[in-house]
Every structure is written in structure tokens, then in C-alpha cells.
Ligand binder design. Structure first.
Ligand code: ATP
Ligand code: MG
Length: 391
């Protein structure tokens, strides 16, 4: 009897051409995610991934870690035995011996069609055995406990309680993007949504130290460390924006400040994208959430970027974003107080319907070349690795 985790992955089977590469990446990410926990090997077995020789005492630890692997649909701790009906009955009995449940069902999947019984026959046989032995009723719809049997390549895997993952694609299978990360609630969530699509992220944070406290820098670093639970590693650039902001504030009417801060951020982030060989920028903007996030203002910011800007949260509702932030563990960090580089300098009545041509005319007169070059040159790069101590 081998204690293992049986994993089903998401969408990989759809990507015919790249399938092998995706699967290898997924297996490698699973292996890295389990660092420090006992297991012998991680194997791809006909559309499933199995982690062998786990220590069942740490069941919840394996499942909590595996939930963070992008691309994972569900994971169940199981035991692997020979595909033999008597062994299946005895194993089911052994697994359920000390488990409390009122009713149950058995669900069987049979990849190995050479096994003499059909899936339904296996479920009925093992279910009948448990029903008699433990005196528990079968309930096909809404059972409290679902015993899962999978017959694969001459073996049977038996377990119960599936842990659902986030789905998506393995981190690292898509190209690279630059995520503009504040320590607010939205941008960590928008970053996560694209990590979930396999995108490789490098983060950029703009700060206004020493005019604002360095708190936002510390919070962003904690957020990036938290996001390595999903991405396994990360690169973060801190860019000092204060001098650029001061130059803008001296030369531009205050109701346009935010727009020009944004344009300067987009230009600097585009430079980082060139440097990092990335193909897009990502922000946590959400239409209409604050005065600055109107379509016309977004157009003004967009025009300053030489890369497409993805806004995964454009149409999300705030409560969904908050729930996601709680689920991925960034919410608690984001709600800590900090001074944001933009809100610190926000005028009372910021422009909400900027006109791009007018802004470009103003920008033609704006002299910030030197400050922009300095900001880029003074960037600071930090590198983060998945670290089990930060889980
Ligand atoms: P968030 O919750 O992500 O801070 P927000 O609702 O506060 O977003 P804004 O302040 O308008 O909205 O910022 C919009 C987006 O611009 C952010 O989601 C982020 O992608 C980017 N951004 C804002 N401030 C910074 C910053 N200091 N450094 C990097 N990116 C930033
Ligand atoms: Mg913010």
C-alpha cells in the first residue's frame, strides 16, 4: 500500500501542441511546491499527476501547498493498491474506519478498460460492502462523504475529500509581463489572476520616499513574497518617483497631477519591460472605482506605454476582489496603513475626463527628461524565492 496524492490538472489536455511541455512544467512546479515534505517522486500517469510515498500524517500540509500550484484542478490523498476488487473493499474499509460520516457514495473512474468490471459495477460492489460492514446508507446526490476510486494502469487509487485548486495554467508557460504593484488591494489580485494564466511576472513598485514613509516599500516586499507561494520566484524593481512627481507638480496644474504621474509610471514600466524582455504591462485598475479610473483617464495613461496594458480586474466588483485577496493571503498586508505615492499628493478635485490631445500639449512643455532618467537609473532590483517559512 502506497500513500500518495492524486492530482487532476486543468486545461492542459486542451493544449495539444504544447501539452508535453506544459505537463513537465506542472510536474516540476508540484515538486518545488512540496519542498521539505516527505515523498519519493512525482509522476505523470495518463493525464494525472501522482506524488508517491507521502506521510499521511501531514495530509493537510500537502494539500494546502498543492492548492497553490497554478493549473491544479483538484488533489486527493489516496492509497495505491493493485486493481483487485477484494483489495479495494478492504482498503475502503481501512480508510473509513475512523471517519465520521452519516451517508456516503462511491465514485469510480476507470482509465484502464482491461479491468473486468465497469466503473458502476465497482462503485456498487465497494459501496455495498461498506454499507453492510459499517451500516451506513448510500446517498447518490449530496452524500456527506464521497469515496473516490480511480483505476489506472493496473492499479487502483482510493481516497476521499477532494481539495479544489485555482485551475488555470502552470506558472511559467506563458510569456513575461511587468506588473505595476502598489501595496493596495487590487494590484496583488490582478497579478495573481495572470500568474494563474501561466504568465511570468516581474513587479515594479514606485515610491516617493523620503516624502512618504518607506512603509509601502516594506508592504510591497511582503506582498511579493506572498505571491511567490504561487509563482515560486519573483523579481521586484523599486523605482524612486519623487523627483519626477515634484517636477510635474511644479509645472502642471494640480488637477492633472495624477494623470501625469500615471503617464510617467507607464513610461518607466515600459522601459523595465524592454529591459526584462516582457511583452505587456499589468495594472489593478478597475473601471469607475475611483475618480482617476475612468475610461478617458485610462486612455491618457495607456498612450504613454509602448506595451499593451492588461487590466484583469477592469470589470470586477470590489467584494469579489476583496474575497480573492483574502483567499490568496494578500489582503491582510494590503490593509495595513501606508502612504501611497499617488494619493499622498492627490489634489482635491482631480480631472476625471481628461482629453488626450490637451494632455499631450501640456506634456510637450513639460521638462522632466532628467528626472525620468534618474528614476530609471536609480531602480533597485530584489529577487525573491518561494520560502516555506513564509507560507
Ligand atoms: P491598488 O489597490 O492596486 O493600489 P487602487 O484602486 O488604489 O489600486 P490606483 O491608485 O488608481 O488604484 O492605481 C491603479 C493601478 O496603478 C494600481 O492597481 C497599480 O497597478 C498601479 N499603481 C498605482 N500606484 C502604484 C505604485 N506606487 N507603484 C506601482 N504601481 C502602482
Ligand atoms: Mg492604490
Amino acid at each position: 500500500m502506497n500513500h500518495c496524492v492524486l492530482i487532476h490538472y486543468h486545461e492542459l489536455s486542451l493544449k495539444k501542441g504544447n501539452r508535453k511541455w506544459f505537463e513537465d512544467r506542472f510536474v516540476s512546479n508540484v515538486t518545488k511546491q512540496l519542498k521539505g515534505l516527505p515523498f519519493s517522486n512525482v509522476k505523470l500517469i495518463v493525464g494525472r499527476v501522482v506524488v508517491f510515498d507521502i506521510n499521511p500524517e501531514y495530509k493537510n500540509l500537502y494539500l494546502a501547498r498543492l492548492k497553490n500550484v497554478m493549473g491544479l484542478m483538484n488533489a486527493t490523498t489516496m492509497v495505491q493498491i493493485d486493481a483487485d476488487i477484494e483489495q479495494m473493499r478492504q482498503t475502503a474499509d481501512y480508510l473509513l474506519e475512523n471517519v465520521e460520516f452519516k451517508n456516503f457514495r462511491v465514485t469510480t473512474k476507470r482509465q484502464d478498460k482491461s479491468f473486468p468490471k465497469t466503473s458502476i459495477q465497482i462503485s456498487m460492489d465497494v459501496g455495498g460492502f461498506i454499507h453492510q460492514k459499517m451500516n451506513k446508507p448510500v446517498k447518490l446526490k449530496g452524500a456527506e462523504l464521497e469515496l473516490i476510486i480511480e483505476i489506472v494502469n493496473g492499479f487502483a487509487y482510493i481516497g476521499f475529500e477532494k481539495t479544489k485548486g485555482f485551475g488555470g495554467l502552470p506558472v511559467g508557460v506563458s510569456e513575461k509581463a511587468i506588473s505595476l504593484l502598489s501595496s493596495g488591494i487590487d494590484s496583488p489580485v490582478s497579478s495573481f489572476e495572470l500568474l494563474k494564466r501561466g504568465v511570468n511576472l516581474t513587479y515594479v513598485h514606485f515610491h516617493s520616499a523620503p516624502a512618504t514613509s518607506r512603509q509601502s516599500i516594506k508592504l510591497v516586499e511582503r506582498i511579493v513574497q506572498k505571491l511567490t507561494n504561487y509563482s515560486l520566484n519573483a523579481r521586484l524593481y523599486h523605482i524612486p518617483l519623487l523627483e519626477v512627481q515634484q517636477a510635474i507638480m511644479e509645472q502642471i496644474p494640480n488637477k492633472f497631477w495624477i494623470l501625469f504621474f500615471r503617464r510617467s509610471m507607464m513610461k518607466l514600466a515600459s522601459q523595465i519591460a524592454e529591459l526584462e524582455n516582457a511583452s505587456a504591462l499589468i495594472t489593478g485598475e478597475n473601471i469607475g472605482q475611483v475618480a482617476s479610473q475612468t475610461l478617458s483617464n485610462i486612455r491618457v495613461a495607456d498612450d504613454a506605454s509602448t506595451f499593451p496594458i492588461l487590466r484583469p480586474l477592469a470589470g470586477s466588483n470590489k467584494d469579489d476582489i476583496v474575497n480573492r485577496a483574502k483567499e490568496i493571503g494578500t489582503y491582510e498586508i494590503s490593509i495595513e496603513p501606508y502612504q501611497d505615492c499617488c494619493s499622498y499628493f492627490v489634489p482635491v478635485h482631480p480631472e476625471t475626463r481628461a482629453n488626450l490631445d490637451e494632455m499631450l500639449d501640456l506634456e510637450a512643455e513639460l521638462n522632466i527628461e532628467e528626472e525620468m532618467c534618474d528614476a530609471f537609473d536609480l531602480r533597485e532590483l530584489k529577487i525573491y524565492e518561494y520560502n516555506i517559512e513564509n507560507l
